[in-house]
Design a binder for this molecule. Structure first.
Ligand SMILES: Cc1cc2nc3c(=O)[nH]c(=O)nc-3n(C[C@H](O)[C@H](O)[C@H](O)COP(=O)(O)OP(=O)(O)OC[C@H]3O[C@@H](n4cnc5c(N)ncnc54)[C@H](O)[C@@H]3O)c2cc1C
Length: 262
């Protein structure tokens, strides 16, 4: 039986975000965490492959201990197993350090046929983790996938990018990221929802991953957040009134004044 691993991220519920004054990173351990919305379609695509081919589907997440209820809810969607990758040493990890941690955890869960991720998170929004994790695992990375099938031992993906759509055929194993816009996501199973309390995720700490502490967390992150501050937008807009020709003239005049037009 093949194995699919879905990487899901817990993100602070908008409006509950607190920033650590010293490290300028988000205080995830105290925030109310929600499932990163783009990871919902990623789970759905993996579960559709399970329906189609009986793949085993495992959901994993790197995050603080308050991720457990979120992983339990993901279990209710129909995945076969859930893992939390959690250790204080992982705190403050940028995308490279996060990808190192996920890649090591995935190597402990191998062999697998496919790693499925969302296209991006709604907090960091870099979209860097899927291709970075793929390169660290030395696996192909197929991004912005909107449809995925498994036929005669091969995956066939429809992916979209700025130039339109393309069909990509590839052999296991690979890392794919899923576009946020898919038509339908299944509801959680009531039977599983009623027995959630009995389900606890398997925990992987750095004792199991055995990563050099200098390569993870804040110390292992080339990207250091210099400052996080709320941008207060002061609109300096001006409203011009008049006939279209007049307004066009006025606009050209202003653009010239401001040096946008020669
Ligand atoms: C406002 C803000 C700005 C940031 N800017 C940067 C930056 O410029 N450079 C940088 O290196 N870091 C940055 N970070 C840190 C970055 O958010 C974290 O490193 C994060 O763990 C991974 O990056 P991402 O959120 O951009 O993920 P993305 O690459 O956008 O996530 C894509 C997919 O990867 C998977 N994934 C991501 N994180 C996890 C996880 N923890 N567990 C399981 N799966 C996961 C999910 O499937 C997700 O849909 C920023 C964080 C914040 C809050």
């Amino acid at each position: 039986m093949g194995r699919i691993v879905v990487c899901i991220k817990g993100v602070p519920k908008p409006g509950t975000v607190k920033v650590d004054k010293e490290t300028h990173t988000l205080r995830r351990e105290s925030a109310e965490l929600i499932l990163n919305p783009p990871d919902r379609p990623a789970l759905e695509v993996a579960l559709r492959l399970k329906d189609q081919t009986n793949f085993e589907v495992i959901a994993i997440s790197m995050g603080p201990p308050n991720m457990v209820p979120l992983l339990q809810k993901v279990y209710a969607l129909g995945v076969d197993d859930i893992y939390l990758i959690s250790d204080r040493a992982f705190a403050g990890s940028d995308t490279l350090a996060t990808s190192r941690i996920l890649a090591k955890a995935l190597s402990l869960l191998s062999p697998f046929d496919l790693v499925v991720m969302g296209a991006r998170s709604i907090d960091g929004e870099t979209g860097q983790v899927p291709p970075e994790t793929a390169s660290l695992l030395n696996l192909p990375s197929i991004t912005y996938v909107k449809e995925l099938r498994f036929v005669d031992g091969k995956f066939i993906a429809i992916r979209e990018d700025d130039f339109g759509e393309e069909e990509v055929e590839f052999s296991p194993a690979a890392v794919v990221s899923i576009v946020p816009e898919i038509d339908y996501v299944r509801p959680p199973s009531l039977k599983r929802l009623l027995s959630l309390k009995e389900i606890t995720p398997k925990i992987l700490t750095n004792a199991e991953l055995n990563l050099d502490e200098a390569s993870i967390g804040l110390s292992g992150s080339p990207t250091q957040v210099a400052d996080v501050f709320e941008k207060t937008l002061v609109s300096r807009g001006e409203i011009f009134e008049g006939e279209p020709d007049e307004l066009a003239e006025k606009l050209i005049e202003v653009l010239k004044e401001k040096g946008f037009l020669a």
